[in-house]
Design a protein around this ligand. Structure first.
Ligand SMILES: [Fe+2]
Length: 295
């Protein structure tokens, strides 16, 4: 049975919850499939939720604006709202947003597991203004495929999906003029961009109470396998596997996107570049299992 997103309102009473719901501390609050009672509705509204995931009602739900068929299209907009809430210095609202993000990650995982045999063509989904959110969703989706090829458990896949969604959260703190600059960045500007790793990680841990496993990639995804990356010049397996996966999927999605400073590369160019750079930028074993998905 599919999952869809609904605006919160009286009509959700009697429907069944589409995702496990967690409290701000990350503990399970309500299990997927539980019937939503008026008391639960009050709780959701009091907690500041605006939307909620529901189990689909079969054919009758096809007219829904946010049904599971369109999850990958709507997810960036949900993520944008979540990032906006997470970046403010209000730990209560930031923690609420974390709950929304966990639900979104779970919906994406369910969608990929139930519906997708191969990585989808995500090339057409990107629009410049919302690039960051589309990029993070795409990275989560591609990363799930690598985790699946490595026989990750459902819990590992969920953690990896969360890690993908938040890996570039720190870009929220980089000056928009720098992010959208068409010309090459100056040294100082590049230094500012590099800080998205440490700033994002610090905010995710301290303001939003994310745990280490889901945030490690936010600080490590620009490390390189040969030790020439940033911020810490880590190398090889001293870089967490989630980070090595997200280095690949981050690069792949960025390269197959139009950016202010360059046009998108083709899928086959991106695959060829990953193969060339295995051992230098990318973990060779992971690079092979990723490129196999596209050949
Ligand atoms: Fe990044």
């Amino acid at each position: 049975m599919g999952v869809e997103v609904h605006q919160l309102g009286n009509e959700v009473v009697g429907r069944r919850l589409g995702q496990n719901l967690y409290n701000p501390a990350g503990n399970l609050l309500l299990r997927k499939g539980v019937e939503i009672t008026p008391r639960y509705l009050d709780y959701f509204q009091d907690s500041g939720y605006q939307s909620i995931f529901l189990l689909s009602q079969g054919v009758s739900s096809e007219g829904s604006r946010f049904n599971s068929d369109r999850l990958l299209t709507t997810a960036p907009y949900i993520l944008k709202k979540v990032f906006r809430k997470m970046r403010i210095d209000d730990t209560v609202r930031a923690a609420q947003a974390k709950g929304d993000l966990l639900s979104l990650a779970e919906a994406i995982l369910v969608h990929v597991q139930n519906r997708l045999e191969k990585p989808p063509q995500l090339l057409e989904l990107k629009r410049q203004g919302d690039y960051l959110y589309q990029h993070c969703v795409n990275v989560a989706v591609y990363s799930i495929f690598i985790g699946r090829a490595k026989n990750y458990s459902d819990q590992q896949l969920l953690n990896l999906a969360i890690a993908g969604l938040i890996h570039d959260f720190g870009m929220e703190f980089v000056d928009g003029d720098i992010v959208n600059k068409k010309d090459e960045l100056g040294a100082e500007e590049f230094e500012q961009v590099k800080q998205h790793t440490t700033k994002g990680f610090t905010h995710l841990v301290h303001n939003c109470a994310f745990d280490g496993i889901t945030t490690v990639a936010s600080v490590q995804h620009h490390e390189r396998f040969d030790g020439t990356g940033y911020p810490k010049r880590l190398h090889g397996n001293s870089i967490h596997e989630f980070s090595r996966i997200i280095t690949l999927t981050d690069f792949f999605d960025a390269w197959t996107s139009d950016r202010p400073h360059r046009r998108m590369h083709s899928l086959s160019d991106a695959v060829a570049y990953i193969q060339e750079e295995q051992g230098s930028i990318f973990d060779p074993a992971l690079a092979q299992s990723f490129t196999r998905l596209f050949t």
